[in-house]
Design a binder for this molecule. Structure first.
Ligand SMILES: O=C(O)CCC(=O)C(=O)O
Ligand SMILES: [Fe+2]
Length: 448
């Protein structure tokens, strides 16, 4: 989610809930959990409330217990009092209840968002039919009825033609989804690679890896500052379409009482949830993964060391959303951010593509060095106003912020990508973020 990045502690005092407040974490990271039902007292004479062991209050205690359970047989036999074990039991149950609550919430929300998108599509089709058929209204009504039914539960097949997934390289080109130069780099690289002639969908689905030609890439990309690269990615038309879709859906959600509970435009809009996951897949597989192999594989430890230097990057997960900012933040246009405090993303590599508007003021992306490096916290540089369609690529642990938007509205498509199979597999989150390799962490194999 867009609130799980870690932010810099010096900004902790800011308003967290106000619209446009700029903060991204709902909860300060104090290693404590919100509520803690007192463990029931059953055995022993010591007052359990006076015990300093408190996995329900201290996230640190809970993590100790999880590592202990994972590492030692009969770990819990070390606890003298059963109520201490029960304290752990109830803390874990509370977490499990939270997982179930969030799961049910997500299922219900996704269903609601799906219905909202259907309603939006219907209104577009109706408008088009109306425009097209002044002469033959009966025909138009019949056509409209055909498009009314939506049984596709993942929204992927019912978007109107401009937002449906492209099925071939020529369609991708014709529909002008990508910036022309970016398309050429991807297409020409495909044609000169061992996967020459493979279908676009094989790449978008991740069935085959695209090798981007390094010299074409060099012509396409710029280095903005240490560890931050930019390149033209999407066409201005497609940026406009994404921006308009986010605004229209947010507006419809706000104005229709049936959908208001969804509050779609009050948070960044997850592309998967509105049936546009193909955009994430396309950008992830055609650009983020192959570019990462050239730019970050070593520095971010994303290269599988068992494989050759040419092995694809180990990124295997993506999450994409449109974040909206405004000088007048408002949920009905999908722009509730005013600015964003310095933070790191919960991602290995982040893609940040400017969707416009054309004339917003402010909203610069500022960078403050890699978490875990000597430069952490130093302002390294800023990207003031990229062209619409231009993307930045940076590592998720590069601290960054967005300055206040002082006029107009600003939208950005953000894609977070991770490497569950490699970088995150054997590292605790803290060592992962700081790239510690000394193996002294409690989670490391040599501990104890
Ligand atoms: O809006 C931007 O340019 C950056 C957004 C961002 O950093 C985030 O959502 O994590
Ligand atoms: Fe971010």
């Amino acid at each position: 989610d867009q609130s799980t990045g870690c932010r810099m502690s010096e900004f902790n005092g800011e308003a967290k809930t106000a619209i446009g407040g700029g903060a991204i974490n709902e909860k300060p990271r104090l290693y404590s959990l919100s509520s803690n039902p007192s463990p029931t007292r059953q055995v022993g004479s010591i007052d359990p409330d006076s015990s300093s062991w408190s996995p329900g209050k201290s996230l640190g205690h809970m993590l100790h217990a999880l590592v202990g359970l994972d590492r030692y047989p009969n770990y819990l036999s070390r606890f003298q009092h059963i109520y201490d074990v029960e304290a752990l039991e109830s803390a874990l149950k509370e977490k499990l209840d939270e997982v179930t609550r969030q799961k049910n919430d997500i299922i219900a929300k996704r269903k609601g968002i799906h219905d909202l998108v259907c309603r939006y599509n219907k209104s577009i089709e109706e408008k088009r039919s109306h425009e097209q058929s002044h002469s033959d209204t009966d025909d138009a009504a019949a056509r409209t009825d055909d498009t009314m039914e939506c049984s596709d539960s993942d929204c992927s097949n019912f978007w109107h033609s401009e937002l449906s997934p492209p099925t071939s390289w020529s369609e991708l080109k014709k529909r002008k989804i990508l910036n022309e130069d970016a398309f050429k780099v991807a297409f020409q690289s495909m044609q000169t690679s061992r996967h020459r002639g493979r279908e676009l969908r094989d790449f978008i689905n991740g069935d085959v890896d695209l090798d981007l030609n390094p010299s074409l890439l060099e012509q396409l990309m710029n280095q903005e500052m240490f560890d931050v690269y930019s390149f033209p990615l999407l066409s201005t038309q497609f940026c406009y379409l994404l921006r308009k879709t986010v605004r229209d859906l947010s507006d419809l959600c706000e104005s229709d009482t049936e959908f208001q509970y969804l509050k779609l435009g009050h948070r960044p809009i997850d592309l998967d949830s509105i049936g546009l996951g193909w955009v994430n897949d396309m950008l992830f597989n055609l650009f983020i993964r192959p570019m990462t192999k050239h730019l970050f594989a070593k520095s971010e430890q994303l290269q599988n060391t068992n494989k050759s230097r040419n092995a694809p990057s180990t990124l295997d997960w993506r999450h994409g959303y449109v974040a909206g900012y405004s000088s007048l933040p408002n949920g009905s246009k999908g722009a509730t951010r005013h600015r964003l405090v310095p933070h790191t993303d919960d991602s290995e590599i982040t893609l940040n593509c400017c969707l416009g508007e054309e004339n917003y003021v402010g909203g610069h992306v500022e960078f403050y060095g890699l978490r875990g490096s000597e430069d952490e916290g130093q302002l390294i540089g800023k990207v003031e106003r990229p062209n619409v369609g231009t993307a930045l690529l940076h590592s998720g642990r590069h601290l960054h912020s967005v300055s206040e938007v002082t006029n107009g509205d600003r939208y950005a498509l953000i894609i977070w990508s991770r490497s569950w199979s490699c970088l995150r597999k054997d590292a605790c989150p803290c060592c992962y973020l700081n790239r510690r390799q000394d193996k002294t962490c409690i989670c490391a194999p040599r501990w104890n």
